[in-house]
Write a protein that binds this ligand. Structure first.
Ligand code: ADE
Length: 285
C-alpha cells in the first residue's frame, strides 16, 4: 500500500490533498453521475480525481471479448483473466510480463479492490480506513464475476455494499467512491462529518428548519430555546433513541457512557439482547 503524504507537515496551510480513484469497468458511461453535485465540484477543484477505464480496450481480439464460459459448465460467463490483468497493468503503468509469467503487482501499489457480493461489507469504519489511501483501484465485475486466479493474485480486497446481489459492480463502486471521497478534507463544504449517522456508532439526531409551524406541526421547543447545552443534550438523547428504535444492533458496539445506558434502559433497551424491548417515551421517530 502507498502511504498518504503527510498533509499536516506545513502548519497554517490547507490540509487538503487530492485522492484518486481508477475504476475498471465494461460500462464507463454508468459513472456520469459522479460528475454532479459535491463530487463533481471536488473534481473541478482538484480535490478528487476519478479515472474511468474501459476494460474492453484491453481485449486484443477483433470483437473485444472480455468474458468466456466457466470451466465445469454452468450458467453465466466469467471475466477472462488476461483482459483484466492487461487493463490493470495499464492503469498501474506496470509491465504485464510475458504470457508465461504469473501476474505481479508493483511494490508499492494502490489497493486493488474488487466489488463483489462475496466481499467484506462496506461500513463507515471501512470507508474511513480507505479514505486514508491516496489512491484506490476498483474493479467492477459482471456476470459470474472474475476468474479466481485474479482474486488470488491481484485483488487486495473484496468489498460488498450489502447483502444483496446487483447486476454488476458499477453501482457498488459509485457507492464506495461517494462514501470515501466525502471524507476527504475539503470535499464537504461546511460541517465535518463527525456527528452524522454511523460516525461514532450512533444514528443522527432529527433536523428541523423554518417555518417553526408547518401545516399545524411544530418543532421541539428546546431547539428554539437558544440554550446550547440543553440542545446538545437533547440531540444526544435523540441519537440514542433513534439508534435504539431503528438499529438497536449498533448499541452493542457504540461507546456509551453510564448515563447513556441508564437513559436507554428507561427507553426500553434490553441490554442483553440489544433489542428494543418496549415503547419508550422519547420524541425520536
Ligand atoms: N456486485 C453485485 N452485487 C454486489 C454487491 N452487493 N456489492 C458489491 N458488488 C456487487
Amino acid at each position: 500500500m502507498v502511504p498518504k503524504p503527510d498533509s499536516t507537515a506545513t502548519p497554517g496551510l490547507s490540509t487538503a490533498t487530492a485522492m484518486q480513484f481508477d475504476i475498471l469497468t465494461i460500462f464507463p458511461q454508468m459513472f456520469a453521475p459522479l460528475q454532479m453535485s459535491i463530487l463533481g465540484r471536488a473534481q473541478a477543484t482538484g480535490l478528487l480525481t476519478v479515472n474511468v477505464h474501459d476494460i474492453r480496450a484491453a481485449a486484443r481480439d477483433r470483437h473485444h471479448t472480455v468474458d468466456d464460459a466457466p470451466f465445469g459448465g454452468g450458467a453465466g460467463m466469467v471475466f477472462k483473466p488476461e483482459v483484466i490483468w492487461q487493463a490493470l497493468a495499464a492503469v498501474l503503468d506496470t509491465d504485464a510480463g510475458d504470457e508465461e509469467t504469473p501476474p505481479a503487482l508493483p511494490d508499492p501499489h494502490p489497493p486493488v479492490i474488487y466489488l463483489s457480493p462475496t466481499g467484506e461489507v462496506l461500513t463507515q469504519q471501512l470507508a474511513s480506513e480507505l479514505a486514508r489511501e491516496p489512491r484506490l483501484v476498483l474493479i467492477c465485475g459482471h456476470y459470474e464475476g472474475i476468474d479466481e486466479r485474479l482474486r488470488e493474485h491481484v485483488v487486495d480486497r473484496e468489498i460488498s455494499i450489502g447483502d444483496y446481489v446487483l447486476t454488476g459492480g458499477e453501482l457498488a463502486a459509485m457507492v464506495l467512491v461517494d462514501a470515501v471521497a466525502r471524507l476527504q478534507p475539503g470535499v464537504l463544504a461546511a460541517a465535518s462529518p463527525l456527528d452524522e449517522s454511523h460516525s461514532d456508532g450512533l444514528l443522527e439526531y432529527p433536523h428541523y428548519t423554518r417555518p417553526a409551524t408547518w401545516r399545524g406541526l411544530g418543532v421541539p421547543p428546546v431547539l428554539m430555546s437558544g440554550h446550547h447545552a440543553q440542545i446538545a443534550r437533547w440531540r444526544h438523547e435523540q441519537r440514542l433513541l433513534r439508534t435504539l428504535r431503528h438499529r438497536a444492533d449498533l448499541l452493542g458496539r457504540a461507546p456509551l457512557s453510564d448515563r447513556d445506558r441508564t437513559f436507554l434502559r428507561t427507553a426500553g433497551w434490553d441490554e442483553t439482547t440489544n433489542r428494543f424491548a418496549q415503547k419508550g417515551t422519547g420524541d425520536a421517530d
